[in-house]
Design a protein. Structure first.
Length: 564
C-alpha cells in the first residue's frame, strides 16, 4: 500500500461520481441480464437437473451431454500452465528467487484448482474472470462467478483493460463485524450500518444490483437450496459492491482507476487504486474462447450443447415413459353393456381398465403403445452433430468406435480434433500471461506488506537447500518478462526441432556447436530435469570430448600405442 505523502492529493465531486457510477452499473447490468436464462439452463443441465414439462419433458431424465462435452474438453486443456519469469537485467539469482516464490504461491493459493474452475466456467458460460487481491501478507486470487462481474457495455472484448471505463465486483457478502476491522473503510459509514442493522440476524441485502442476486439465487434454488434468500446465519452479513471507474485526474495529469465500495447507500471507500494498492490497472483478468467484436458475453461450449441436450432430454423422457406405459398392461373395455357411461381422463396406472363408448374389438382390448426405438438413430445423429461442433469425438471421450478404422484414420481424427481444441489455448495463454504480469506488479507495489517465506530448492545432486526470501531478494529495477507455455506443447515443439536438426546434422557431420544445441534440445524433452541438472550433464559431456564416455588419462604418458 502507498502512503498519502508519496502521491499528489486528488479531489472529486461526490454528486457527479455517484450518478456516474450508478449509470455505468445500470448499463453493465442490462448487458449481463440477457444472458441469465441461458446461464441458468447451462448450469442446471450440467448439474443433472431438469424442469418437468407435461408436454415434452414428462420424466426427470437427463442425458448428461453438456457435462460429458465440457469434461472432455477439460481433459484436453486441464494441464496447468508452465508460467515463469525471466529477468530483464539477466540476474539469474533474483530470477530463481521469484520463480520459486511463484511456485510456493501456486500451492498456498490453491491456484491450480482455481485454474480448472476458471476453464470450466468458460465452457459453461462463455467467459470467466479472475480477481487479484491482498490477503494475509501475500497476493490472492479469486475466480468470480459470471453474475458477480460487471463491465462497461462499450468495452472492446479484445482489449477490456484498455477500453473499459468501468468494471465491478458485486454480490460480495461480509460479516458486519469484519467491516470494522478493515482500516481502509470509512468508520462513520460503518457505524451507520451497524445502527441500521442492529436488530438484524442473517443477510442484510443491498438495494443495488438486486436482479443479479435474484438470478444467481434462482440457479441455487434449482439445486434444492431453498433458504438462499434468507439463510440462517450466526451474525449479520452485509452485501457490498466494489465499483472500479477510470477517470481523468487534473492533479496527476493522467487517467486514474478509482475504487468505490458501497453497502446500501453508504460509501465505505472512494480512493484511487494508486493510493490503496499502488497500482493503476484493473485487478481483473477476463477471457473467453470465442471472442466477438460486438458482445463481451460471447457463447461458450455450453450454449452450443444446450439446445441439443434439451432435445435429447425430451426424446429420452418419451422413451422412458413409453417403456413404463408398455409395462403397465393397461386395457380398454366396453362400457356400453352398462346403463351409464361416463367419459373420463385416462390417468395411466398399472393394470388400469378404461371404459369406452363403443365396443373396441369386442369387449376388451389391450391399450396399444407403439415402440419408439427408431428415435435412437435420431438421438445418435444429434450427438454426432454436437461432437463435430465441439471437437469432442468418441475417441476423445475414450469410446471405441464400431466398425473398422485404420490407425492412420484414428491418428488423423485425433490430430484434427486436437488442433480445434488447441484453439482454446490461443485465448487462454494471453489471459494467463496478463495474470502473471499483473500478479508481479501487484506483488511489488505492495512489497511492504508481503511476508517473508521459507523456500526450498533442490540442487542437481538431489540436496535440498532452504532460504528465507522476501521481495528484496527478487526485486529487479529492470523488471521481468512473464512467459507462459504448456509443458506438452513445449515438449512436442522440442521433439519436432530435434527431428529437424537430425536431418540437417547430416550436412554438418563435424559441427560441434550444432551437436551441442541438439543435445540441449533433447534434454529439454525430459520432464523433471532442472536447469542445474542440464548444465551438469552438458559440462560432463564437454569435459569428456562430447563422446558421452569418460576419458581416462594414461598413467604413463611415455608409452604410446604402436601403429600397425
Amino acid at each position: 500500500m502507498v502512503t498519502k505523502s508519496t502521491l499528489t492529493p486528488v479531489t472529486y465531486d461526490e454528486g457527479i461520481m455517484s450518478v456516474r457510477v450508478a449509470k455505468y452499473a445500470e448499463g453493465a447490468s442490462l448487458l449481463q441480464q440477457r444472458r441469465h436464462p441461458d446461464w441458468r439452463e447451462n448450469y442446471s443441465l450440467y448439474r443433472d437437473k431438469v424442469i418437468l414439462n407435461r408436454l415434452t419433458q414428462r420424466q426427470t431424465a437427463n442425458v448428461p451431454l453438456i457435462k460429458e462435452t465440457i469434461r472432455t474438453l477439460l481433459s484436453k486443456t486441464d494441464e496447468f500452465p508452465d508460467l515463469y519469469y525471466e529477468s530483464l537485467s539477466n540476474d539469474k539469482q533474483k530470477e530463481i528467487f521469484l520463480n520459486e516464490y511463484w511456485k510456493w504461491w501456486v500451492v498456498e493459493d490453491r491456484f491450480e484448482i482455481k485454474d480448472i474452475v476458471d476453464k470450466k466456467q468458460v465452457g459453461l458460460y462463455g467467459r470467466s474472470t479472475m480477481k487479484l487481491n491482498l490477503f494475509d501478507g501475500r497476493p490472492s486470487s479469486e475466480v468470480l462467478e459470471p453474475y458477480d462481474w460487471l463491465v462497461d457495455r462499450y468495452a472492446d472484448p479484445a482489449d477490456i483493460d484498455g477500453t473499459a471505463n468501468y468494471q465491478a465486483h458485486i454480490n460480495i457478502f461480509r460479516a458486519l463485524s469484519s467491516l470494522e476491522a478493515n482500516p481502509l473503510y470509512n468508520k462513520e459509514a460503518v457505524s451507520r450500518l451497524k445502527v441500521q442493522y442492529a436488530q438484524a440476524m442473517g443477510l442484510a441485502k443491498s438495494e443495488e444490483n438486486v436482479k443479479q442476486m435474484i438470478a444467481k439465487n434462482e440457479r441455487l434454488q434449482d439445486m434444492g437450496l431453498w433458504d438462499i434468500d434468507n439463510p440462517s446465519l450466526g451474525e449479520t452479513y452485509v452485501q457490498i459492491n466494489e465499483h472500479y471507474i477510470r477517470l481523468w485526474s487534473e492533479e496527476r495529469k493522467k487517467l486514474l482507476i478509482w475504487l468505490r465500495v458501497t453497502a446500501d447507500s453508504e460509501v465505505l471507500i472512494m480512493k484511487p487504486l494508486e493510493d490503496i494498492f499502488g497500482i493503476n490497472f484493473y485487478p481483473f483478468v477476463s477471457w473467453a474462447d470465442d471472442v466477438e467484436k460486438t458482445d463481451i458475453y460471447s457463447d461458450g461450449v455450453g450454449d452450443i450443447v444446450r439446445t441439443p441436450n434439451k432435445i435429447l432430454n425430451s426424446w429420452f423422457s418419451q422413451l422412458v415413459e413409453n417403456r413404463t406405459l408398455r409395462n403397465f398392461g393397461m386395457t380398454f373395455y366396453d362400457a356400453t353393456a352398462s346403463e351409464k357411461w361416463i367419459p373420463q381422463t385416462y390417468e395411466p396406472v398399472p393394470w388400469g381398465w378404461y371404459p369406452t363408448a363403443g365396443d373396441p374389438n369386442k369387449v376388451t382390448k389391450r391399450v396399444d403403445i407403439p415402440e419408439l426405438s427408431e428415435s435412437m438413430d435420431e438421438m445418435s445423429f444429434v450427438i454426432s452433430m454436437v461432437e463435430k461442433a465441439t471437437a469432442t469425438s468418441p475417441t476423445e471421450k475414450g469410446v471405441q468406435q464400431k466398425g473398422d478404422a485404420t490407425l492412420g484414420e484414428i491418428k488423423l481424427m485425433l490430430a484434427s480434433s486436437n488442433e480445434r481444441i488447441s484453439s482454446v489455448a490461443k485465448f487462454y495463454r494471453p489471459a494467463r500471461q496478463q495474470f502473471g504480469d499483473k500478479w508481479y506488479k501487484f506483488l511489488m507495489a505492495n512489497e511492504k506488506w508481503i511476508k517473508p517465506v521459507e523456500l526450498f530448492k533442490k540442487s542437481a545432486k538431489g540436496n535440498y537447500y532452504k532460504e528465507t526470501a522476501s521481495p528484496k531478494d527478487w526485486k529487479d529495477e529492470a523488471g521481468y518478462i512473464c512467459k507462459v507455455v504448456s509443458t506438452s506443447e513445449r515438449n512436442q515443439k522440442n521433439i519436432e526441432e530435434v527431428q529437424k536438426m537430425q536431418a540437417v546434422a547430416g550436412m554438418f557431420p563435424n559441427n560441434v556447436p550444432l551437436k551441442n544445441i541438439m543435445k540441449k534440445k533433447a534434454l529439454d524433452i525430459i520432464e523433471g530435469l532442472s536447469q542445474e541438472e542440464i548444465d551438469e550433464i552438458m559440462d560432463f559431456d564437454e569435459q569428456n570430448g562430447g563422446s558421452g564416455e569418460q576419458v581416462t588419462t594414461p598413467t604413463n604418458p611415455q608409452v604410446t600405442t604402436p601403429v600397425a
